[in-house]
Ligand binder design. Structure first.
Ligand SMILES: NC(=O)c1ccc[n+]([C@@H]2O[C@H](COP(=O)([O-])OP(=O)(O)OC[C@H]3O[C@@H](n4cnc5c(N)ncnc54)[C@H](OP(=O)(O)O)[C@@H]3O)[C@@H](O)[C@H]2O)c1
Length: 252
C-alpha cells in the first residue's frame, strides 16, 4: 500500500470516528468538567489530563511535518505556524490558567482516547501540509488568506470566551455561575463556536480532505456537548436567560 493510500484510509477513519463521536456524545456526555462522574475507571488530575491529551497536537504534528519534503516551503511553514499558534497555547498554557481544578480529575480512558485521536489528526493534517499536498503556489491563492481570517476570528472568540469563564471564579473557587456579557448573551458556549470556526478556517486555508475531516469532527464533538451544557445550565439555574441559545446565535 502506498503512503497516499494509507493516508486516505486514515482520513476516512477520522471521518468515521466523527460519526461514532456524534452518536455517542448525544447518548452520553463525555465525562470531564461539569459532566464528570464516577464509573469510568482510573482517573488522573484534570490539568495533567489536558496536557497529556493535547501533547500530540504539538509534538506529533511537528514530527510528521518535519518528515515532509515540502517542510521548508513558505505556505506549509505558514500553516505550521497557524496550527502551533493554537495548540502550543491549548496544550502548555491553557491547562495552567484554569481555575478551580484543584482535586478535579478526568478518566484516564478519556485522556488516552484524546491522545489516540490527536495523533491520528496530527498525522493526516501535518503529512498532507508538508508532504502529500501541493502548496507550492498557495501564497498567490485566496484560500490561505480567507481561511486565515476565519481561523483568527474563531481564535479571538474562543480565547475571549474561555477567559470570560475563568473570570467567573476567584482563585480557589470551584462552583459554577451564569456567564454574562458579549456573545454569552446570545449563546451558552461561545468558546465551542470559536473553536469550530477556527477549524473551518483551517479547512478553507488548506482546502483539503484532512482539514475538512477535522472541522467535521470538531462539529461532531462540540455540537452535542454545547447542547448538553445548555441543558445543564437550564436545569441548574431556574433564572437562566430564556432567549439564550446553545451554540449558534438565534438558531440552535
Ligand atoms: N477541538 C475539539 O474537539 C475540542 C474538544 C474539547 C474541548 N475543546 C476546547 O477546549 C476548551 C475547554 O473545553 P471544555 O469542554 O472544558 O469547556 P467548558 O466546559 O466551557 O469549561 C472551560 C473551563 O471553564 C470552567 N467553567 C465552565 N463553565 C463555567 C461556569 N458557568 N462557571 C464557572 N466556571 C465555568 C470549567 O470548569 P470545570 O472544568 O470545573 O467544569 C473549565 O475550567 C474550549 O476552548 C474548547 O473549545 C476543543
Amino acid at each position: 500500500m502506498s503512503e497516499l493510500e494509507l493516508h486516505t484510509w486514515a482520513t476516512w477513519a477520522e471521518l468515521a470516528f466523527a460519526l461514532f463521536t456524534v452518536i455517542s456524545v448525544f447518548v452520553i456526555s463525555a465525562p470531564y468538567g461539569r459532566h464528570m462522574r464516577a464509573g469510568w475507571g482510573t482517573e488522573i488530575g484534570a490539568r495533567a489530563g489536558w496536557v497529556l491529551m493535547e501533547s500530540p497536537t504539538v509534538l506529533a504534528f511537528l514530527l510528521f511535518y518535519l518528515l515532509g519534503e515540502h517542510r521548508f516551503e513558505a505556505a506549509p511553514l505558514l500553516l505550521l505556524g497557524v496550527w502551533q499558534f493554537h495548540y502550543l497555547r491549548r496544550t502548555f498554557v491553557y491547562p495552567f490558567l484554569l481555575r478551580g481544578q484543584e482535586g478535579k480529575t478526568m478518566p484516564l480512558v478519556i485522556a488516552l482516547s484524546g491522545v489516540g485521536f490527536n495523533t491520528l489528526n496530527a498525522y493526516i493534517n501535518a503529512r498532507w501540509v508538508s508532504h502529500l499536498g501541493d502548496y507550492s503556489d498557495w501564497l498567490t491563492r485566496p484560500w490561505l488568506y480567507l481561511g486565515g481570517l476565519v481561523f483568527l476570528l474563531g481564535w479571538g472568540i474562543n480565547v475571549w470566551a474561555d477567559r470570560a469563564l475563568r473570570r467567573l471564579r476567584a482563585p480557589g473557587e470551584r462552583g459554577y455561575t451564569i456567564p454574562r456579557g458579549g456573545l454569552y448573551e446570545l449563546i451558552s458556549c461561545p468558546n465551542y463556536l470559536g473553536e469550530i470556526l477556527e477549524w473551518i478556517g483551517w479547512a478553507i486555508a488548506t482546502l483539503s480532505l484532512p482539514g475538512l475531516a477535522f472541522a467535521i469532527y470538531t462539529v461532531a464533538n462540540l455540537g452535542p456537548r454545547a447542547l448538553s451544557n445548555h441543558r445543564w445550565y437550564r436545569d441548574k439555574f431556574p433564572d437562566y436567560p430564556e432567549r439564550r441559545k446553545a451554540l449558534i446565535p438565534f438558531v440552535l
